[in-house]
Design a protein around this ligand. Structure first.
Ligand code: ZN
Length: 202
């Protein structure tokens, strides 16, 4: 999502100082890959890579639960599922630091509280913008909503492709990994689970 705030953040990151040892580490990696870090095209690459990684991992600088701290008690008698479907996200796997690209579907059945719908996406990005495994990302998003919003049910399904599988190793480009976490009524009641999965288009 391209919020003005995140564009500002990108501009901020473009200016941050990169310590010499960080640049040197990236030069070492370029050399290890087989190229010459001193050639013209790669000259400014270490700085760019360093700042890019600060941005990929900016989730470490925030507490995703914060986005759920402004909750609304007035639900207007609404007692059906609230669902955000197909939220695009990017993360990086902690085993190869390769990109994980995909979409998340996040749904909950409100108890006494609801939250601004964009906040669910912010929770996702807060956890995604770290080094992750997809299973943990799925669980962290669901647990965060469960613990802070106290809903009757939470359902999180993530579908993603992993750069470490498409670009290396088994090199299988179109494989999508799917993970889910169902809590409350979505775990205990089959009818509710089917309903939320149907709304997710799964
Ligand atoms: Zn990996």
């Amino acid at each position: 999502m391209n919020h003005p705030a995140s564009e500002e953040r990108t501009l901020e990151l473009e200016k941050i100082a990169v310590p010499a040892h960080v640049e040197e580490a990236i030069r070492t990696l370029i050399r290890w890959s087989g190229d010459d870090p001193e050639r013209e095209g790669l000259f400014d690459t270490p700085k760019r890579v360093a700042r890019a990684w600060k941005e990929y991992c900016e989730g470490y600088a925030e507490d995703p639960a914060y986005h759920l701290s402004r909750i609304f008690h007035e639900v207007g008698g609404y007692d059906e599922i609230v669902l955000l479907k197909g939220i695009p996200f990017q993360s990086h796997c902690e085993h190869h630091m390769a990109p994980i690209t995909g979409v998340a579907h996040i749904g909950y059945l409100p108890g006494d509280y609801v939250v601004g719908i964009s906040k669910l996406a912010r929770v996702l990005h807060g956890f995604a913008r770290r080094l992750q495994v997809q299973e943990r990302l799925t669980a962290e998003v669901a647990d965060c909503i469960w613990d802070n919003l106290h809903p009757r049910g939470v359902a999180v399904v993530i579908e993603a492709t992993h750069g470490c599988m498409t670009g290396r190793g088994v090199r299988t480009p179109d494989v999508v990994m799917k993970t889910s976490r169902m809590m409350g009524v979505f775990r205990d009641d089959e009818k509710s689970r089917k309903e939320v999965l149907r709304l997710m288009g799964l």
